[in-house]
Each structure stands twice: as structure tokens, then as C-alpha cells.
Ligand binder design. Structure first.
Ligand code: C5P
Length: 236
């Protein structure tokens, strides 16, 4: 089971939510050997972040490309192949059946793992109805999590509050990756449904995505190491 096989240090994914490569490289330099896993999302990906992802992977770091792909199956498959060639470890896709099926098939034979985004956490029932859905958020999350498992998707991104319920649905074969993490005493920023690192791990999360509590800390390296220590204690 993956819980035992991943070191606590490698369960912290630092979100490089920065506008430019120079700032990202400075942060990576500051964090040094303490952080092994980075998330690159829209902001940095469209500002030179993809060559940076390739460079990080070639230096032995793990990269989560949060690109939330969704398109016709063939286009998704070709995109996933390109991401696999960069050496990325995680890639997000929206949890639509055709998209998940294409992504899982296209990542075969590579080291890339596909993570499904079930329902964006900024959506409530009213947003779903406005978009033409009849299901509420909880039911759609559950239905999509089940489909993700059926299609062989490697993991799910969820709020830490959903982790325990999702774990019951998908069992222990899928990775649960949770943002919305705030160490006790740190600013909540715009996050509403937050958990401490220890509580998220206890709720069943495998990987924690943390941005501002590390990057805006006076000492980012110490902040990252404190979170890794909390993860280790929660797992012991
Ligand atoms: O700075 P903070 O720790 O809040 O950053 C969390 C990261 O996780 C950001 O990159 C954010 O976009 C991402 N994320 C999130 N909530 C989601 C999905 C992704 O906060 N539901």
C-alpha cells in the first residue's frame, strides 16, 4: 500500500504559485534539499513553467502539473503524452469519462500518474444547476470518484474535508491529494475549508499541497520542514 512506501518528506507538494520563472527558481533554491515535490499550475505553466518542470524532473525532483485537462479524447491523449515526456509525476484532468479514459491510456508505460478533479471546490449546488447538472455537489463528487476508480485513474484531488468520505469510496489504491492545508496558527488566506497537516493526513490524505504557508513564511525552508515533521508524526 502506498502509505508505507512514500517518505513523509515526499508527501509535501509545494505549490509554485508565482508569476515568473526567476521567482520560482529563487524559491526552489531557498527550499533546497528539503522539498522534493513541486506543483506548477496555470499561472507559472503559461509563463515558462513547462521547461522548468522538465528541468526539475531531470534534477530528480517530482513535479505535479496542475493543468486540469479536458478536451476530446484524442487531444487529451496527445497532451498527456507530451506531459509524460516532460518527466512529470502528477497531472490533473477533469473527471469526465472520455477525458479520464484517454488520459489513463495515454500515460501507460510512463511514470506519470493521472489525478482527477471531481467537482471544483469553488462550485456549490447552485453553480452545478446553472451549468446544467441535476446532481448536487456531494452526489456528483461521489459518482465521479467511482468512475475515476473504474477507469484506473491514479488519484483524486479533494478538499481535506472530503478525504475521509472519498477514502471509503475508492479504498486504498488511489492517491488522495489535498490542498486547503494550513498549519495551526497560520493565515487562512482565501481558503475556507482548511485542515492542519496532521488532521489531513489522519483523514486519509496521501499528499498535501501547500502554497502560501510555505512561500510567504519568513523562513520558507523551516516552514516546509515543520510541515514535513507534522506529516511524519501523523503517520507514525
Ligand atoms: O496557497 P495555498 O496553500 O492556499 O495554495 C493551494 C494550492 O492548491 C493553490 O495552487 C490552489 O490553486 C490549489 N487548489 C486549491 N483548492 C482546490 C484545488 C487546488 O487550493 N480545490
Amino acid at each position: 500500500m502506498q502509505r508505507a512506501s512514500v517518505a513523509p518528506r515526499d508527501r509535501l507538494i509545494v505549490a509554485l504559485d508565482l508569476p515568473a520563472i526567476a521567482a520560482a527558481e529563487a524559491m526552489i533554491e531557498t527550499l533546497g534539499d528539503s522539498v522534493n515535490f513541486y506543483k506548477i499550475g496555470y499561472q507559472l505553466a503559461y509563463a515558462g513553467g513547462l521547461p522548468l518542470a522538465k528541468q526539475l524532473a531531470s534534477r530528480g525532483k517530482k513535479v505535479f502539473l496542475d493543468l486540469k485537462m479536458h478536451d476530446i479524447g484524442n487531444t487529451v491523449a496527445r497532451g498527456v503524452e507530451s506531459v509524460a515526456n516532460l518527466g512529470a509525476t502528477f497531472l490533473t484532468v477533469h473527471a469526465y469519462p472520455q477525458t479520464m479514459k484517454a488520459a489513463v491510456e495515454a500515460r501507460a508505460g510512463s511514470g506519470l500518474k493521472i489525478l482527477a478533479v471531481t467537482v471544483l471546490t469553488s462550485y456549490d449546488d447552485g453553480d452545478l444547476h446553472a451549468a446544467g447538472y441535476r446532481l448536487n455537489v456531494a452526489d456528483l463528487v461521489e459518482a465521479r470518484a467511482r468512475q475515476a476508480q473504474e477507469f484506473g485513474v491514479d488519484g483524486i484531488v479533494s478538499s481535506p474535508e472530503e478525504a475521509a468520505a472519498l477514502r471509503k469510496i475508492v479504498g486504498h489504491q488511489m492517491n488522495l491529494v489535498t490542498p486547503g492545508i494550513r498549519p495551526a496558527g497560520s493565515a487562512t488566506d482565501d481558503q475556507k475549508r482548511i485542515m492542519t497537516p496532521a488532521r489531513a493526513i489522519s483523514a486519509g490524505a496521501d499528499y498535501l499541497v501547500v502554497g502560501r504557508p510555505v512561500m510567504e513564511a519568513g523562513d520558507p525552508k523551516a516552514a516546509a520542514e515543520a510541515i514535513q515533521g507534522e506529516i511524519a508524526r501523523a503517520l507514525s
